[in-house]
Design a protein around this ligand. Structure first.
Ligand code: B1M
Length: 210
């Protein structure tokens, strides 16, 4: 039987091979990919976050867990898709100063699975790089991720930079990541906020289908 607690424990050890094995056997047993993601991997990462905070885990160990999670996500990627592909283009990135990319990658993956064209600008993306890509690629949506309270202000800086470039009306801007919420999206003049990859995909699609 697939055991989500074991999956969470293996994620904490950073053993990517073992984690992939567990994910695969859970899939073989018929466990839904979204349950593996939420109850096994994301819950496991929450434990890692807690241990990081209390000093029970250090950065190199957290990085190993992050890598193991990335590997496991590769297996889930093709299975998390949705029916009803919509045409549209999204540029996505983690804002300047912020190196967290697991959540952003998950959102990018789900957007792609939903049939949207996704241009991933990576991590530590300065406002001017978002602007350059808005000008060059003319996306329907710009999606920004931030995991640190100290990098949240970069979201506002990016919204402002896009406005200053004269392109604010041409693009919808959506934000996400653990420290942000709808109130913050309203405050900085973003068009929307999503708490997870699934709702980010719904939101982006709603801005792409005309
Ligand atoms: Co960092 N880190 N980290 N870290 N790290 C956090 C975020 C933290 C909460 C841990 C803690 O203290 N409990 C804390 C932030 C505190 C704060 O600001 N309030 C923290 C800290 C302090 C730091 C450093 C400063 C530590 C240090 O060096 N002293 C440092 C900063 C480096 C930097 O960015 N400049 C740092 C470094 C790292 C690692 C490099 C070791 C590693 C990142 C590896 C990587 O990403 N490749 C790491 C990790 C792994 C974490 C935790 C443990 C896990 C994050 C994660 O991947 N979660 C994290 C604690 C936690 O969140 N539980 C923590 C899983 C992921 C699927 O969830 O990213 O929330 P999440 O994404 C979700 C939603 O938020 C949403 O959808 C996703 C899926 O449903 N979402 C979006 C995300 N982006 C979206 C964009 C959208 C929509 C939805 O667009 C529209």
């Amino acid at each position: 039987m697939a055991d989500m607690n074991t999956m969470q424990e293996i994620l904490q050890t950073g053993d990517g091979d073992k984690l992939r094995e567990l994910v695969q056997s859970a899939l073989d047993e018929g466990v839904k990919p979204s349950d593996i993601l939420n109850q096994g991997l994301i819950s496991g990462m929450d434990v890692v976050g807690e241990k990081m905070k209390t000093g029970e885990m250090f950065i190199p160990e957290v990085l190993m867990s992050a890598r193991a999670m990335g590997n496991a996500l590769e297996i889930l990627k093709p299975l998390l898709g949705e029916e009803g592909a919509a045409a549209g283009k999204v540029i996505i990135g983690t804002v300047k100063g912020d190196l967290h990319d697991i959540g952003k990658n998950l959102v990018a993956m789900m957007l792609e699975s939903a049939g949207l064209e996704v241009i991933d600008l990576g991590v530590d993306v300065p406002p001017e790089v978002f602007v350059e890509n808005v000008v060059k690629l003319k996306p329907n949506v710009v999606a920004m991720s931030a995991l640190l309270t100290t990098t949240m202000p970069m979201m506002k800086a990016t919204v402002d930079a896009i406005a200053e470039s004269g392109n604010r009306e041409q693009v919808k801007i959506i934000i996400g990541g653990a420290p942000v919420n709808q109130g913050y999206a309203d405050e900085i003049g973003a068009d929307g906020y999503s708490s997870d990859a699934g709702s980010a995909t719904q939101l982006a699609k709603s801005y792409c289908v005309h």
